[in-house]
Design a protein around this ligand. Structure first.
Ligand code: FES
Length: 108
């Protein structure tokens, strides 16, 4: 089963990542909530963008985004003043196929 690691966006190197073993095909959000870790969220349907995460590694281990997720990500990138260093995905939509490392993307 894939392992998804959530690293802190506060850049504290002493802080260990939260790691969850997630069923293949499960969304990042569902996998974390199953292990008692709640990620920021809103609609859980791919349209509000509240669950945006930056994929630090393992982008190839996520199922490609659908139309709704792609449109929401385009909207986020079009309005956010901060540029992400890595690709953005939505935790409520991104389905895990292999190991992934991510952090919550905060858009000021
Ligand atoms: S919770 Fe709204 S897009 Fe994921």
């Amino acid at each position: 089963m894939p392992t998804v690691s959530l690293v802190s966006s506060k850049k504290d190197p002493a802080e260990d990542p939260i790691q969850c073993t997630i069923d293949k095909g499960q969304t990042i959000y569902d996998g974390f909530i199953q292990h008692g870790h709640e990620l920021p969220h809103g609609c859980l349907a791919g349209s509000c963008g509240s669950c945006k995460v930056e994929i630090i590694s393992g982008m190839e281990n996520l199922k490609p985004p659908g139309v709704i997720e792609s449109d929401t990500i385009k909207s986020i990138l079009g309005t956010c003043k901060k540029r992400p260093l890595n690709p953005i995905r939505l935790a409520c939509r991104a389905k895990v196929l292999g190991d992934v490392t991510l952090q919550v993307f905060e858009c000021p």
